[in-house]
Design a protein around this ligand. Structure first.
Ligand code: GCO
Length: 444
């Protein structure tokens, strides 16, 4: 590979609070909507929750040692709102801030840049009891939470993501009901999506005020939709899926507003939009966070919803996502050329495969290693075409709580034996460390 990665490229790995921390009752943390959702039988496939997860709240130092052992220069984590403002609004829990304070200082001591996500889905349950993200007041609560966090950490954290994957929150959590809070309401989903974007826009200036010189952005998930054939009907079906899946949040963030045809594809009630909202949402940011895993292939079905088809002979991950790195290349070029994205980071990319230690305790996860190599090659090729890609955060450092799938799906480059909490670096993790070292600037 003709290496295109810049000398200051961010080589990272990503996690999120609810998926790894555990300690859900410790040091003043309150109940989150995921604690509540997981407590309802049937919501999590293996009946588990994030109550213990990877016990990262107590084992965070050894986990940071893992990051350092790979010579990574960046680490993306999320901050648990229920630890910071347990009632959702009002009093700040200093012990909650203290945990992230220690984490940030320890990262910096290791020469690893902290990248903090403010909202990775774990809303305080108290706010959900008050309508959650469908209630406009939650926007103000998020801004106050952002203020509290960035006042404490903004002198040392200089890379902030406001919201992780608002589409997943709106659709999977509020339309399909497969994520917290488990609602099936199209109107609520549309309003939740809008308020998440407004919250993003209102949080940016607060972050800038409390964290001078920081890079601030939002992370969106993308699943590029390809037509199953060149037939016009399939191309139109793919365009409809692309609008709902990828353009819904991308367009307003880039100042294009909501595209025509979006709302009636899934709701009779477009969201209530207040004067100035669209300008707030399009607030200038420093980067776009791109979460990419796979693509979809779409076939038109007469008088019915588009059909998602599998490709004979293609490789699929344990979550049944096609391995198709060219879609990442295509996506990055589209975001740069069609939307004018001036700077991007891959804030998540990775794959679940059913890993198990061999007789010697090694986890030879060749499929994941190949997945990473091929997607990094796609990033490299995109950069060669002028795409301003400035970093890559692999999902994930650890096997962890994979939301509705529980612990059955392993995305980590580190194997976690949940019975003992023993961490074992997988062969893919060792490979990633070698790949990064080969791309780091030569120390003179
Ligand atoms: C997401 C979330 C992660 C997931 C990962 C695998 O992108 O859905 O940010 O928390 O665990 O993507 O699904």
């Amino acid at each position: 590979m003709n290496k295109q990665f810049s000398d200051n490229f961010k080589w990272g790995v990503a996690t999120s609070a609810y998926q790894i921390e555990g300690a859900i009752h410790e040091d003043g943390r309150s109940e989150s909507i995921w604690d509540r959702f997981a407590s309802i039988p049937g919501n999590i496939k293996d009946g588990s929750s994030g109550a213990v997860a990877c016990d990262h709240y107590h084992r965070w130092e050894q986990d940071l040692d893992l990051v350092a052992s790979l010579d990574l220069n960046a680490y993306r984590f999320s901050i648990a709102w229920p630890r910071i403002i347990p009632t959702g609004r009002g009093a700040v829990n200093e012990k909650g801030l203290d945990f992230y304070d220690r984490l940030v200082d320890s990262l910096l001591q290791r020469g690893i840049e902290p990248c903090a996500t403010l909202y990775h889905w774990d809303l305080p349950q108290a706010l959900q009891d008050d309508g959650g993200w469908a209630n406009r007041a939650t926007v103000e609560a998020f801004v106050a939470y952002t203020d509290a966090v960035t006042r404490r950490l903004g002198d040392r954290v200089k890379f902030w993501i406001t919201i992780n994957e608002p589409w997943v929150v709106a659709v999977i959590g509020n339309l399909w009901g497969q994520h917290a809070p488990g609602l099936h309401d199209p109107s609520v989903a549309a309003q939740v999506g809008h308020h998440l974007l407004v919250a993003h826009g209102q949080a940016v200036p607060v972050i800038r005020a409390n964290s001078p010189g920081a890079e601030v952005g939002i992370t969106l998930n993308f699943t590029p939709a390809y037509p199953a054939s060149d037939q016009l009907t399939d191309r139109l079906a793919a365009a409809q899926v692309d609008l709902f899946t990828n353009q819904w949040f991308l367009d307003p963030v880039f100042g294009r507003g909501y595209s025509d045809g979006l709302w009636h594809s899934f709701t009779a009630n477009p969201p209530q939009i207040q004067p100035g909202d669209m300008e707030t949402i399009a607030v200038p940011t420093d980067f776009l966070g791109v979460n990419f895993y796979s693509r979809s292939v779409v076939r038109h079905v007469e008088d019915s919803q588009p059909q998602f088809v599998q490709i004979p002979g293609a490789t699929y991950t344990d979550t049944d996502w096609e391995v198709y790195p060219n879609a990442l290349y295509d996506l990055l070029l589209r975001l740069h050329r069609d939307y004018g994205a001036q700077k991007m980071y891959i804030t998540e990319n990775g794959a679940a495969f059913s890993d198990q230690p061999d007789a010697n305790g090694y986890i030879n996860d060749e499929q994941r290693r190949a997945y990473l190599e091929n997607h990094l090659a796609a990033c490299n090729a995109a950069i060669a075409q002028g795409v301003p890609l400035a970093g890559y955060y692999l999902w994930s450092l650890l096997d962890n709580f994979e939301w509705g799938e529980g612990y059955a799906k392993r995305f980590g480059i580190t194997y976690v034996d949940y019975a003992t909490q023993k961490r074992t670096l997988k062969e893919s993790g060792k490979w990633y460390g070698e790949f990064v070292r080969a791309n780091l600037p030569v120390k003179v």
